[in-house]
Design a protein around this ligand. Structure first.
Ligand code: SAM
Length: 210
């Protein structure tokens, strides 16, 4: 039986190329140590956004706009992404990439900490992606759930945390993510799972009558 790494290599090779803007973002993110999602996660986000066809997307953690671009390129007509990141130098770079990719008019950046922004957002978010401060994930979920549309989907990155959770490590981020996973998977308002894609992607659909 082929090893998992052989399968992953095969799958990377068999997908269409990323295209010039995503490719450049990936290279520069990796070379500068900006923690952006793996291409497999970007592709998953793009499929999910295509399927859900949300008019309103919320992203927590923009960085240089890599995951934003994957989602923006799949939005239906009239669909918009609000993306939150207090680091203006990163989001200014993101905007330049989005301009080149032709998606700037679909994205609004909010340069404030997410926990300050979330309480004032209008309800009706149909798709959300969480990828910011790991110790705040549970608080993001609590603040986000009342803002989600019934049947909306919440995606979350880094839920296997490069093997540190399964390895039983006990640093602050690992503990926070371990606790988050328990909450996420047993939440009465969610139908949720965690997929071994990239660094572990959580997917939770908001139950219509929870
Ligand atoms: C993992 S990176 C996001 C990567 C991005 N989602 C991607 O894959 O292209 C996390 C980002 O969260 C941002 N961040 C830090 N504190 C934050 C906060 N309080 N609220 C929202 N974002 C925050 C950081 O500035 C950083 O750019």
């Amino acid at each position: 039986m082929p090893a998992v790494s052989t399968d992953l290599e095969y799958l990377e090779g068999v997908h269409p190329p990323l295209g010039p803007v995503l490719e450049e973002m990936l290279k520069s993110g990796r070379s500068e140590g900006v923690p952006i999602v793996q291409p497999a996660v970007g592709r998953l986000l793009r499929v999910l956004v295509t399927a859900v066809a949300p008019k309103r997307v919320l992203e927590i953690g923009t960085a240089i706009g890599f995951s934003t671009l994957w989602m923006a390129s799949a939005l239906p007509a009239g669909g918009r992404i609000d993306t939150i990141d207090p680091d203006r130098s990163r989001t200014d770079r993101a905007r330049r990439y989005w301009l080149r990719a032709g998606v700037t008019d679909r994205v609004r950046v909010i340069n404030e900490p997410a926990l300050r922004v979330l309480p004032r957002l209008a309800p009706g978010i149909e798709f959300a992606f969480i990828d910011a401060i790991k110790t705040e994930y549970s608080a993001y979920l609590d603040a986000l759930l009342p803002k989600m549309a019934p049947g909306g989907v919440i995606a979350v990155d880094n839920l296997t945390w490069s093997g540190r959770i399964a390895a039983g490590e006990h640093d602050e981020n690992t503990e926070a993510l371990r606790a988050f996973n328990e909450t996420f998977l047993h939440h009465e308002q969610l139908e949720a799972t965690i997929l071994p894609v990239g660094d572990g992607v959580g997917l939770g659909a908001v139950r219509p009558h929870a």
